[in-house]
Write a protein that binds this ligand. Sequence first.
Ligand code: NAP
Length: 301
Amino acid sequence: MTRCMNARDCSVLMACRNPYAANFVKNTCAKPDLLHFYETNLASLKSVKKTSDEILNRNQKIDIVILNAAVFGLPWTLTDDGLETSFQVNYLSQYYLLMNIEKVLSPNARVVFVSSESHRNITWSMEEVLAPNVDLLSIPKEKYTSIKAYNVSKLCGLLAMHYLGYRWLNTGKQVFSAHPGSFVKTKLCRNWWVYEALYSFMLPFSKSISQAASTPLYCATSPELEGLSALYFKDCQRCEESELAKDFHLSFRIQDLTYDLLREWISSSEEVTQVAQTDEYRDQRKDDSMDENTLISSYSG
Ligand SMILES: NC(=O)c1ccc[n+]([C@@H]2O[C@H](COP(=O)([O-])OP(=O)(O)OC[C@H]3O[C@@H](n4cnc5c(N)ncnc54)[C@H](OP(=O)(O)O)[C@@H]3O)[C@@H](O)[C@H]2O)c1
């Protein structure tokens, strides 16, 4: 995706943890001067905050945000912030980054959550849907399976897309989710030899890595999507997400949990000035709820 954007003269800010991988991309890009690397570990909210501050300090508008990073198939581990790793890396930290840089998004910016068809495999009971708690998202060890944690993180991304589609209603900002393809042989399967073997076996039937980049890039750049928002795509075509992912009320509840987790972290960290900023965010969230029901009917997502 970076190479493709670079070939079309985009300046790309790469927020990633591995300087060698970033350098490799830089050295194989047509216009390396347009690439900027921000060392970011998504398993640490502090690191995400540092990157956000550096991006804000550039004082430049951002037209496209692609939230692409993910882990899959990990044994149960906690991040620096005490949260289950897949949940934090695949969703929470990337959402936090987006929230922090929202003020420098250009008026008609596009945000793309790189999603997965596997979000469909999550079923929650009515009780869980009506009153989700943090354990449902940051899964504790005794209830953990790596597939479930991954699928939940992807569901959270889709729900966040719907929340943002609503929040940015009647603005020029757009938000989409994109499934890149199934069993694409990337580094995603590196954490367990069984997945490595499965993805290798599926290689002749799955998309190449370049092909897999096409749907997120389509969502990020296609003029065909002008005026649309809060939609899910696969194979560069509109696709219905799962019923759970479309549950508009659930997207607000997950948003509240997300806010609570971030606020808890922010108040316990030394970034005191951020508390005020997050309070603003909570107030905005409250305003949203006030006319939630009236606006739901006019929401096109
Ligand atoms: N491959 C598939 O079949 C498939 C199917 C459906 C959806 N997807 C989605 O496609 C997206 C891209 O995945 P991929 O297949 O290209 O897998 P990948 O090659 O493993 O890429 C994932 C990226 O996330 C980065 N990352 C992981 N943990 C991180 C952390 N703590 N901090 C910062 N960066 C971190 C990795 O960085 P490092 O290089 O430093 O590890 C890597 O660059 C993901 O959202 C995935 O869920 C993939």
